[in-house]
Design a protein around this ligand. Structure first.
Ligand code: ATP
Length: 318
């Protein structure tokens, strides 16, 4: 059963094609990452799911109900936020949730205390939202979504702009929520975040889907990671790599070498450097293999169909 299914979904703003014939499939009970760089069309796609933006073409089915002409009216079981949650800053967090619960009706008001508890805001529920940090506002946004006891939670870049502690707290909160079997659709431009939280992923570029699959399928397609290496003798280090086809070495920034290699090949190369009396003075992962794949998928100049990208990657890996 699919929690979200779109078919041929499209939206353009004047000359800009924001979303282009997107078939998105999110399985029930999964945490699904919608990944893409700025401007890929994630927010527009999510706004269409909520009925906040009217599609030019295509259909949307949420929790088995087709939404194409119903707009925002038929969102039972669906909650979340697009483009950041919004609250009345001059009211307390509790008053904000009370107003939202009153709008939602039903049993929403009985979940207010629990929502504050889950979001880690129980101590601060009487504070005015004006005094909340960005991270607390994001958590309040998630608390507000929980009032609906949603089956499907849609979160648009919930860690955007947060400091490292804020990012950690939101990720921990999302992890907790997903343990309870909800479907979560999470948009992000951060590969590591999606890797940590999601089992499945859809990657968008310029309004189109360029990858869809499980994280394991993505890992299997990913190219080698890249490393920055500082050595005592770069010329000799480059010469040593010449006899190792699995290790590609370029000159990197700040007199570092940029090395592309699978971890086992990198280990063997590092050992060989030591045996040749070449000291390693610095060693850092520059991009993980998944980050490299993300850049490959999203940064090429010309639009390449998803099946072509996948075929190219499979060939490169083989
Ligand atoms: N209301 C609008 N009017 C005109 N253009 C828009 C509008 N909303 C989005 N766009 C354009 O549509 C494209 C997709 O934008 P969108 O915000 O959906 O991408 P995104 O992946 O969410 O990126 P970001 O992470 O920067 O929000 C961009 O080129 C954007 O400039």
């Amino acid at each position: 059963m699919l929690a979200v299914e779109t078919q041929g979904l499209a939206k353009r703003f004047g000359e800009v094609v924001a979303v282009d014939a997107v078939d998105l499939q999110v399985k029930e009970g999964t945490v699904h990452g919608l990944l893409g760089p700025n401007g890929a069309g994630k927010t527009t796609l999510l706004a269409m799911l909520f009925g906040l933006v009217r599609p030019d073409a295509g259909s949307i089915t949420l929790l088995g109900r087709t939404q194409s002409h119903l707009g925002a009216r038929n969102l039972g079981g669906v909650a979340g936020f697009v483009d950041g949650p919004r609250f009345y800053p001059y009211l307390s967090a509790r008053r904000n949730l009370e107003l939202l619960a009153a709008l939602d009706g039903g049993s929403a008001h009985t979940r207010i205390d629990e929502a504050f508890e889950i979001a880690g805001l129980a101590e601060r529920h009487t504070d005015k939202v004006r005094g909340y940090s960005l991270g607390m506002r994001q958590r309040l946004g998630i608390a507000a979504s929980l009032l609906r006891d949603p089956k499907l939670l849609v979160l648009d870049e919930p860690t955007n702009g947060l400091d490292p502690a804020g990012v950690r707290d939101i990720r921990a909160l999302i992890k907790n929520l997903t343990d309870s079997g909800r479907t979560v659709l999470l948009s992000s431009h951060n590969m590591t975040e999606v890797e940590q939280l999601c089992g499945e992923v859809t990657v968008m570029r310029a309004g189109r889907i360029v990858f869809h699959g499980t994280m394991d399928e993505m890992r299997a397609q990913a190219p080698a990671p890249s490393y920055l290496l500082h050595t005592s003798d770069n010329d000799q280090a480059v010469a040593l790599a010449a006899s190792r086809p699995q290790v590609l070495v370029d000159r990197g920034p700040d007199r570092a070498l940029l090395v592309h290699a699978r971890p086992a090949d990198m280990d063997a190369y590092a050992i060989a450097l030591g045996k040749s009396d070449i000291a390693i003075r610095g060693y850092a992962v520059r991009q993980t293999s998944l980050e490299n794949l993300f850049f490959q998928l999203t940064e090429d100049q010309d639009a390449i169909p998803a099946d072509q990208v996948e075929a190219d990657l499979a060939e490169a890996v083989a």
